[in-house]
Design a protein around this ligand. Structure first.
Ligand code: LLP
Length: 463
């Protein structure tokens, strides 16, 4: 079966399971802990609280729409990942999911490393004090200026993505009189999706260097021959929002085979492999993600087994989870504006944000949950579509969900699991003002990315 996914993010539209949300939950007031961050609960009055603060107070202080990020949950997830992989592996948080200076400081404090893929992410990381040697620099088309910057800063690794880049990085490193630590990103012939993986149709995308036709072996040959490069390993990333470990297993097996071929040809055993990110999270109660310790065990078992078979020393493993760390830790809070029942179809609930703060539904047909959070309700469930205030009908935040039938303008509703790829992919469409990210912890809330203002818009527009 051929799908239109690519290794950096499948179009979830193509891989949705059927029958989701066919019936309302028995009690719409219950908050499924699978999809809400860990400190979320309802207080005695029925209002949602996070980090000990009620949404009414948060909305009053910070406005809506806004993303509220549960800091202690974020930190706990960082620790769960690094504990699961242990001291002989490295966890790189993928900054593309969501990056800010506060997040960089939390990562640093919790002992994680950081994967960046642009000059902007690198600047944020360095500015917030992430040691350069704990940064990996990614991207299929890093500019010369970005490579210069990364080499000068002394990043721990640059992940080489093309033959041209091998030469480019070597040249720049030599000019700076350093040997840059690098990995080569290989495309292993696996495209993984939410519920399945396929081992075909992999060459037709822009990332990495194919294992097929000896291309990756040739890239290794060239990298080993250049003085400016210190080739430390091989990198593979097979997709995003993946639940099935089988794709990772195939990928790990093929990467280890390449290490064995490199040993046979060059007499060197590369010390590291990176198996990328891509682990899925629960967006709805139907989703069943793996825990970090299960993932760590599955990956290290397969690598160990394959290395034993190939008589290789087991390399140091690294992984790059983005979504799985930050995704579940935030929700977006909206105020209900208009409510439009369409007889025999569904009720459209319009909120004060939309595709500008969450493009994932429009882009990937992604599924989300939603709950009335300013109060509880005993009213009957009604089938709703939560939409934004933008000028197009594809401006959908939650495609199918149930909310209580007494929902009214002014109620607060929240969409959980919006920590990853929502603020980081937010736009100014219709001159919307991108919402703030507010970190909440132990009864305190603080803005870590402020709301855009109309002045910000005018400042960029130089007239
Ligand atoms: N490492 C590499 C090399 C990547 O390209 C990515 C994601 C990650 C790690 C982190 O993947 P994660 O663990 O977050 O799945 N915008 C899409 C996702 C694009 C993923 C791009 N690469 C979405 O909203 O679903």
């Amino acid at each position: 079966m051929s799908r239109s996914a690519h290794p950096a993010g499948p179009r979830h539209a193509d891989v949705l399971h059927e029958g989701h949300y066919s019936a309302p939950a028995a009690d719409l007031n219950l908050l499924d802990e699978k999809v809400w961050s860990r400190t979320v609960t309802r207080d005695a009055d029925g209002a949602l609280t996070v980090g000990g603060m009620t949404v009414a107070r948060l909305a009053e202080e910070f406005g809506t729409p806004a993303y509220f990020l549960d800091e202690s949950d974020f930190r706990a997830r960082c620790r769960a990942w690094s504990d699961a992989f242990g001291p002989d592996a490295d966890v790189f948080y993928a900054g593309k999911a969501f990056l800010s200076r506060a997040v960089v400081r939390w990562l640093k404090e919790e002992g994680l490393n950081l994967d960046v893929c642009s000059g902007g992410e690198l600047t944020t990381a360095l500015d917030a004090g992430m040691p350069a040697e704990r940064i990996a620099f990614h991207g299929n088309n890093k500019t010369v200026a970005e490579i210069e910057r990364a080499v000068e800063a002394g990043v721990g690794r640059i992940v080489l993505d093309s033959f041209q880049e091998i030469v480019r990085v070597a040249h720049i490193a030599q000019r700076h009189g350093v040997r840059q630590r690098v990995q080569i990103r290989v495309t292993v012939g696996v495209e993984a999706h939410t519920h399945e993986f396929i081992a075909t149709a992999h060459e037709d995308q822009k990332f990495g260097i194919a294992l097929a036709d000896g291309q990756a072996a040739e890239a290794v040959r060239r990298a080993l021959s250049l003085d400016g490069l210190d080739l430390i390993g091989v990198h593979s990333h097979i997709g995003s929002q993946i639940f099935d470990m089988a794709g990772f297993e195939v990928s790990a097996r093929r990467v280890v085979q390449l290490l064995a071929e490199i040993r046979d040809e060059h007499g060197v055993e590369l010390p590291e492999i990176d198996l990328g990110g891509g682990l899925g999270i629960a967006y709805t109660s139907e989703d069943d993600p793996r825990e970090p310790h299960e993932i760590a065990k599955a990956l290290s078992d397969i690598v160990t087994r394959e290395c034993e078979a190939a008589k290789l020393r087991t390399p140091r493993i690294s992984v790059e989870p983005g979504r799985a760390i930050v995704g579940p830790t935030a929700f977006t809070l909206y105020e209900v504006g208009t409510i439009k029942p369409l007889e025999g179809l569904r009720t459209y609930v319009s909120v004060d944000g939309g595709m500008s703060d969450n493009i994932r539904t429009a882009l990937y047909d992604a599924e989300y949950s939603v709950a009335l959070v300013s109060r509880t309700s005993d009213a009957e469930p009604m089938l709703v579509r939560v939409v934004g205030k933008h000028c197009e009908s594809g401006d959908i935040v939650v495609k199918d969900a149930f909310l209580p039938a007494d929902l009214a303008p002014g109620d607060l509703i929240a969409v959980p699991a919006t920590g990853a790829y929502c603020r980081s992919m937010a736009s100014n469409y219709n001159h919307a003002l991108r919402p703030p990210v507010v970190a909440v912890r132990d009864g305190e809330a603080r803005v870590i990315v402020r709301r855009e203002t109309e002045e910000d818009l005018l400042r960029l527009d130089v007239g």
